[in-house]
Write a protein that binds this ligand. Structure first.
Ligand code: TGC
Ligand code: FAD
Length: 391
């Protein structure tokens, strides 16, 4: 892969909206991505291996629990900083951002928001430091967009619970130390349970042959009469709203993350267009190429403004789930379209691993599906503005 020459586009001087802490977080994450992630990511994606060597660095830059209080080992940052971290990591690769999203918003957040004090003390500092890696089990083979129908269930056996069922498409499952698993009790109410690797009857087979998110490990969670200690149930919230509340936080991170992937594709295509000579001139002088590049920077700028405003709303505790859906949907589609256009600007070179564009494009095909599909987010907006659920 070519050396990482990334220069971030900032067409509307959005830096002026950031405070010193945001800029420090941005610069540190950007420098780490250039130094540690960029040199290894293409090889990892080609080999379809998760680069485990990055876990320590991710913890050190505060990517595990950026907004979790420092008293629990988190970085205690605001929502804009959290978004910026996701943007910078996804600039490198969506799969690595996935690991940070899952650890922060789908594992640490539910333990922090719905767990008891003992659970927070036991798990959060180790998750923040990367000593423990977690995964989040909501999706099942027959229940993806409709998780409320899940079949995974647990029964009360007096001094413990017994868990049965299966989850599919779970990021980090093959190597995670713990899983936050959503399952129904005997009354059909959804609860979160912390399942630990090594519990008898619990296995995590890897899902192979992905063309997308190849540097991220995806797998199943299989529960065969797994005995779960009662203290592993998250006591403070139950019902479908509990897992969906975690998704809000992860979807918000993706709204920022997708901008990172788009910025990388745009920056690569712009540099290439200025250097590539055809018909005696750089292709950047051609109107057709300028149209592509001008539309890219316009869409990136709009997405940046959307993400920034959403971040300020989240800092004030005012962002709605529907607002988050709009930003996730818009920004991921924007990034995917930009990846496709940028790939064309590179001609044949665009299909190789010499450049990051094709990897981003393939990754974004997962990002547009997970954390709620493109259709589901449109239906969430539709429901919000009309009052009628059309799921
Ligand atoms: P519905 O009846 O509308 O709602 C059930 C209860 O949930 C509440 N609620 C929410 N609460 C918090 N945050 C949200 N975003 C919420 N959305 C809904 C709602 O108020 C209600 O509460 P209550 O108290 O009245 O019971 O539920 P529904 O069954 O009709 O479904 C609604 C729908 C389709 C929007 C929802 O099921 C959905 O979002 N589906 C998409 C599933 C999804 O996003 N799965 C993601 C799995 S995790 C993942 O992909 C990780 S990828 C990780 C990576 O980054 O690598
Ligand atoms: P389906 O729900 O079967 O949808 C199929 C198609 O039907 C889609 O186009 C969808 O938009 C459309 N559709 C569905 N319902 C409607 C409707 N009511 N109206 C109109 N159209 C509809 N899940 C986890 O729990 N944890 C994870 O860590 C995780 N990581 C993932 C990693 C990867 C790489 C991928 C690809 C997925 C991951 N997922 C994870 C699962 C992801 O959340 C689901 O794939 C997603 O929610 C969609 O579910 P599905 O694939 O079953 O599609």
């Amino acid at each position: 892969m070519k050396p990482d020459l990334f220069t971030a586009p900032d067409y509307y001087n959005l830096d002026d909206l950031l405070n010193d802490e945001h800029k420090m977080v941005r610069d540190a994450t950007r420098a780490w991505v250039k130094k540690e992630l960029s040199p290894v990511i293409e090889d990892a994606a080609q080999k379809a291996e998760f680069p485990k060597g990055l876990l320590k660095g991710l913890a050190e830059i505060g990517a595990f629990g950026p907004y979790i209080p420092e008293s629990y080992g988190g970085a205690g940052l605001d929502q804009i900083s959290y978004g910026i971290i996701m943007q910078e990591i996804e600039r490198g690769d969506s799969g690595i951002r996935s690991t940070a999203s899952v650890q922060s918003s789908l594992v640490m957040y539910p333990i922090y928001a719905y767990g008891c004090e003992e659970q927070k003390q036991k798990y959060l500092p180790k998750l923040a430091s990367g000593e423990l890696i977690g995964c989040f089990g909501l999706t099942e083979p027959d229940f993806g967009s409709n998780p409320g129908g899940m079949l995974t269930n647990f029964k009360d056996k007096g001094d413990h619970y017994v868990l049965n069922g299966a989850k599919l498409w779970i990021s980090n499952a093959p190597f995670a130390d713990i899983a936050v698993v959503w399952a129904k009790n005997e009354e059909g109410r959804i609860h979160g349970l912390i399942v630990e690797r090594g519990m008898e009857g619990f296995s995590t087979p890897e899902t192979h042959n992905k063309w997308s998110l190849r540097a991220s490990a995806t797998g199943e969670l299989i529960f065969n009469d797994v005995k779960i200690p009662k203290e592993n149930l998250l006591p403070e919230k139950n019902g479908l709203g509990a897992p969906l509340g975690c998704l809000d936080s992860a979807r918000y991170g993706i709204a920022w993350g997708a901008i990172g992937a788009a910025m990388d594709c745009y920056d690569t295509a712009l540099r290439y267009a200025k250097e590539r000579i055809q018909f005696g001139k750089p292709i950047a002088v051609k109107q057709l190429q300028q149209k592509k590049l001008a539309e890219m920077i316009t869409e990136i700028t709009k997405a940046q403004l959307l993400a920034w405003r959403l971040g300020t709303l989240r800092n004030e505790g005012k962002a709605t789930s529907a607002q988050i859906s709009m930003a996730k949907r818009n920004n991921v589609e924007m990034a995917l379209k930009i990846a496709r256009e940028a790939r064309q600007i590179l001609g044949a070179m665009g299909i190789t691993g010499e450049y990051s564009i094709m990897r981003h494009m393939m990754n974004l095909e997962s990002v547009i599906t997970y954390e709620g599909t493109h259709d589901i987010h449109l239906l969430i907006t539709g429901m919000d503005i009309t009052g009628h659920p059309a799921f």
